[in-house]
Design a protein around this ligand. Structure first.
Ligand code: SF4
Ligand code: SF4
Length: 440
């Protein structure tokens, strides 16, 4: 399978377009009233080297390409002190805007190719993927632990390896192996059962989507699992009648939808298969009147946009032929695939829910602070970032925060614990499950 995963060298022209203006240091909203706030977790924590701008990551990319910077521990740490949240990308308005997270990941890929990266904790993660097909060193048999209550309640979930079903629920490694996040696949499957959807899971045969490997720059490990998954999805279409892959994991969703599309065989292998996040599927059913909330959930909540269902899905319009501005110019963005409105609409449709927004939302959302391999390599700092987001949520007067990502679920709850907050991070599916009538 051929992959179009760009090398740092391919961004040679792009990286010189940064004018070091520093716009990417702050999230703006041009009011009135004008609002602004921090956007880059490492920029705030580590100063110049954290930010994309000025003497930050773009300067490292130039130095690496010109051969002026030697790989040493400090440089390696600096390029991995980034959650790849794309917050800087949302702020920058110059021609290299569409490629900013790619430049960061391409630096990491170069470090891995040259045998110096990733960081030691990431190497353990990659080894775990090679040994166990997941980044959590979880034996296969634990992958279905979350589904045990369903078996016990005599509502077993279909094993798609054995039985046909049009919907494949791709659980993801965090929902399967991270004990506090298991409530997410549990709530998802419970909702699907309540709605009478015909769905199945891969169970012990599910393997990692490869998102983490891609974010830390190990393209080979990413390709290994991605190719296996793409071929499996294709077989499931032909042999089990799968026409929809649904996941409650923002990372898996981004990987299958966007990273996998870098494969030359993507369209052929996924022909006839729709890839959706759970909230998209539920929103459609809600709009069709097939999902009705009956239970009251009196709670005041705010919503955290995961980077991977938000700005990572922004499409950039580039003047390819120079007909509108000049060749290669960035001219506009298309946010139609970003899941900004759907979770908010669903949340506000739940009876009793009082919804309130934080200051930094949608494309200006402040990352949970754990993505891009940060939670693995810099766990304490990841929790500290998450605590900042929790404080922002608390400032709205909300009791709890809601999101749509198992990774944000885990990290934001860690942040809340760190500062002794009572604010809990719920996944939207947890609330939806509670708001639906119980099974007979
Ligand atoms: S990345 Fe964009 S916003 Fe940031 S300093 Fe460079 S040109 Fe300015
Ligand atoms: S991707 Fe996020 S963490 Fe990385 S430099 Fe940009 S704003 Fe900072």
């Amino acid at each position: 399978m051929d992959w179009k995963i760009p090398k740092l060298e391919e961004f040679e022209d792009i990286i010189w377009k940064c004018t070091a203006c520093g716009t990417c240091k702050v999230a703006y909203e041009y009011g009135p009233p004008t609002k602004f706030g921090e956007i880059c977790p490492p920029g705030v924590e580590f100063g110049f080297e954290g930010f994309m701008s000025s003497k930050g990551k773009i300067a490292f990319a130039r130095g690496i390409l010109r051969g002026e910077l030697e790989w040493d521990e400090d440089l390696l740490e600096a390029i991995y002190k980034c959650t790849v949240c794309a917050g800087c990308q949302a702020q920058c308005q110059l021609d290299h805007k569409p490629f900013i997270p790619e430049v960061i990941e391409a630096m990491r890929r170069k470090a891995v190719e040259e045998g110096v990266g990733p960081l030691p904790p990431h190497k353990n993660l990659v080894q775990s993927m090679k040994n166990y097909n997941n980044p959590y060193q979880g034996p296969r048999r634990l992958r279905t632990d979350w589904a045990r209550p369903f078996k016990k309640a005599k509502r077993p979930i279909k094993d798609i390896n054995k039985e046909p079903a049009p919907i494949l629920l791709f659980v993801g490694c965090t929902g399967a192996f991270n004990a506090p996040a298991r409530v997410i696949p549990q709530a998802t499957a419970s909702i699907f059962q309540k709605l009478g959807l015909d769905f199945g899971i891969l169970g012990e045969n599910e393997i990692c989507c490869g998102s983490t490997a891609m974010r830390i720059g190990d393209a080979d490990e990413f390709k290994r699992v991605a190719e296996s998954n793409l071929q499996l999805f294709h077989r499931l279409r032909d042999e089990r009648g799968v026409n929809t892959i649904v996941t409650s994991c923002a990372g898996c969703y981004r990987a299958i939808k966007k990273d996998y599309s870098l494969s030359s065989d993507y369209e052929d292998l996924l022909d006839g298969i729709r890839v959706v996040h759970t909230v998209q599927l539920l929103y459609e059913l809600f709009k069709e009147g097939k999902m009705r909330f009956t239970e009251d959930l009196p709670m005041k909540v705010t919503y955290h946009d995961p980077c991977h269902t938000g700005r990572h899905l922004t499409k950039f319009i580039i003047d390819e032929d120079g007909s509108q501005l000049w060749k290669g110019a960035y001219i506009d963005t298309d946010e139609s695939e970003c899941l900004y409105d759907i979770p908010r609409e669903l949340l506000q449709a739940i009876p009793g829910v009082d919804f309130v927004e934080m200051e930094r939302i949608r494309a200006n959302s402040f990352c949970c602070g754990g993505g891009g391999g940060v939670m693995t390599a810099f766990g304490e700092w990841a929790s500290k970032n998450a605590a900042k987001r929790i404080e922002e949520g608390m400032a709205t007067g909300a009791e709890h925060m809601v999101s749509t990502c198992p990774f944000c679920h885990y990290n934001l709850n860690q942040g809340s614990t760190l500062i002794g907050s009572n604010m809990k991070l719920y996944d939207l599916v947890e609330l939806i499950d509670k708001a639906l009538p119980p099974v007979d």
